[in-house]
Design a protein around this ligand. Structure first.
Ligand SMILES: [Zn+2]
Length: 243
């Protein structure tokens, strides 16, 4: 696994940019929800700053289920669910909302099962936006029980051994690797929705850290495609599979 350094443009953290562009807005960009009218204004502002440019987009509203949808060319719409994939020319991308709920319901393995008939899994790359880090993510016993296959992804809190901390990005990594993607083709960055700061201000909205219900916009764009696939997240990680 490679750990990359993110690049900060105006309002947007570009996490991966070759050849597929993956990014997330910082809190400077404002709240992103489908029901928020500001969404459109903020999209325009971001386009102006050339961080992302798109005339067409698909917006996925997470619902902590395992609904996965294939996006066809030239339809612009909204969609409730937790996974979508899109093919364009010889390129492919899947975007998967990885909460502890969706992962425990098998969304990662279900996605691989969905796409393996038309994509060679061993030719794919993976990028993990880690969401909340292990040091900030205490989980209850019922959550730990759901991930008994991932015992190395838990540790005690550094000063309170009664608190169990979960490394959700590592769980994603283990499932992606188990699904057939080479370790050298799995990328991530070091950020945390709860504790990462930019210019002394928290970079992202976080329910866990600050009880914020506002959301960060996360997006992916294939080269030679105008379409922007986006969703919103607080502390949850996202997995991107692409070629
Ligand atoms: Zn953290």
């Amino acid at each position: 696994m490679k750990v990359k350094k993110p690049v900060l443009l105006k309002n947007v953290l570009i996490m991966h940019d070759n050849p597929v562009k993956i990014g997330i807005t910082t809190r400077d960009a404002g709240n992103f929800r489908m029901s928020d009218k500001n969404f459109w204004i903020n999209m325009f502002n971001i386009s102006n700053h050339r961080a992302i440019q798109s005339g067409k987009f698909n917006f996925m509203k997470p619902e902590h289920e395992t609904r996965i949808r294939s996006i066809k060319e030239n339809n612009i719409d909204h969609f409730s669910g937790d996974g979508l994939f899109y093919k364009h020319q010889d390129r492919f991308v899947a975007m998967i909302h990885c909460s502890h709920i969706t992962i425990s319901k098998g969304i990662i393995f279900k996605t691989f099962n969905n796409i393996k008939s038309f994509v060679s899994i061993d030719k794919l790359n993976a990028f993990i936006y880690p969401g909340i880090c292990q040091d900030c993510y205490e989980v209850r016993e019922d959550v730990i029980q759901k991930f008994q296959d991932h015992s190395k992804c838990f540790k005690n809190h550094k000063s309170d051994s009664s608190k169990k901390m979960m490394d959700i990005a590592k769980i994603i990594h283990e499932q992606v690797f188990k699904s057939g993607i080479h370790d050298k083709n799995i990328n991530t960055i070091k950020t945390c929705s709860a504790h990462t700061v930019i210019s002394y201000t928290p970079a992202f909205y976080s329910w866990r850290a600050r009880k914020e219900t506002s959301r960060n916009l996360i997006f992916v764009k294939l080269p030679n495609s105008e379409k922007l696939l986006c969703s919103n997240t607080g502390d949850c990680p996202y997995l991107f599979l692409y070629k």
